[in-house]
Design a protein around this ligand. Structure first.
Ligand code: NAP
Length: 266
């Protein structure tokens, strides 16, 4: 079996990476950056986001696992002290693979028929570079509302505990095939009106954003941020691809939510 390790590059993460690499090679596993079977991410959820984007073209064959060297993460849910146990389980292939939904983002341009297509593990946000964002929100081809405000966020279920949560979105169990649209500070008064609540769309629905005035937008996809010019529309839907995680023991999603946000001994 082939493995690769991505570290957050702090001293503790680098030390754990060296230890895990030595153990796994002792067990006869091969260090392989180009096409690994298992990718161990050591750091935080942010480190796993980087690992996900590095292997974005190999999602059907790579299984991710995360060790946290800071606080408990949603993707990075193993403690450093458990490293030996984890390495042994990887070497013995004693794990299940579970998969979670992803968000597909397609950005269409006014002067091109070639959209830019991205996959997000957490979310994509849209903001205007310097003025209030004004966009029409279209659901399954029907005009839903004209949004004015700071921005819009579309998240995956596993990303619902990240930026989405800070925006007042719901936490969605990752077994649900869904995406969630949340508002950032919408302008609501007698003239301008939005629904004001997060919307959860099922797997077969689509959300399209269409510029009303300025066609240039800052679009994030997880930790990546790019200015897109002359945008015609941005389409969001549940992707056909899924992300695979190596699961070595039961650690239910709602327990992770509890331990991350309510109270934790981990
Ligand atoms: P960052 O600003 O360095 O870290 C953002 C924080 O979000 C970190 O504490 C990270 O955990 C945590 N996080 C990432 N994915 C998560 C998840 N699925 N559930 C719960 N927490 C999660 O940025 P980054 O490391 O490059 O990560 C980019 C992410 O930052 C974006 O995808 C977005 O979700 C998040 N973000 C959040 C806000 C906000 O909450 N107001 C604003 C902007 C961006 P670790 O410490 O374990 O890495």
């Amino acid at each position: 079996m082939k493995f690769f390790i991505i570290s957050r590059s702090d001293d503790l993460s680098n030390d754990l990476m060296a230890t895990a690499k030595a153990y796994l090679e002792d067990f006869g596993m091969t260090w392989e950056e180009d096409s690994p079977d298992v990718v161990l991410s050591i750091g935080g959820d942010g480190t796993l986001l980087h690992a996900f984007h590095k292997y974005r073209e190999q999602l059907s064959t790579v299984a991710f696992v995360g060790v946290h060297t800071g606080h408990l993460g949603f993707y990075a849910d193993w403690k450093p002290i458990e490293l030996e146990k984890l390495v042994l389980s990887i070497a013995k292939k004693e794990y299940q693979v579970i998969d979670y939904p992803l968000l597909e983002v397609s950005i269409n341009y006014q002067n091109s028929n070639e959209p830019s297509v991205y996959l997000a593990l957490n979310e994509s946000t849209v903001k205007s570079p310097d003025v209030t964002l004004v966009m029409d929100v279209i659901l399954n081809g029907d005009h839903f509302e004209r949004f004015r405000g700071d921005g819009l966020c579309v998240s995956t279920p596993s990303g619902s505990t990240a930026y989405n949560k800070a925006l007042g979105g719901a936490i969605i169990h990752p077994s649900l095939q869904a995406i969630q649209l949340t508002e950032m500070a919408s302008i609501n008064n007698r003239v301008f009106r939005t629904v004001g609540s997060p919307l959860v769309l099922p797997g077969h629905h689509q959300c399209t954003l269409k510029p009303v005035k300025a066609p240039d937008f800052m679009v994030t996809v997880d930790h990546l941020q790019l200015l897109h010019k002359d945008v015609k529309s941005i389409e969001y839907k549940v992707a056909k691809e899924r992300v695979r995680f190596a699961r070595f023991r039961s650690f239910p999603f709602w327990k992770r939510v509890h331990d991350s946000f309510i109270d934790s001994e981990r």
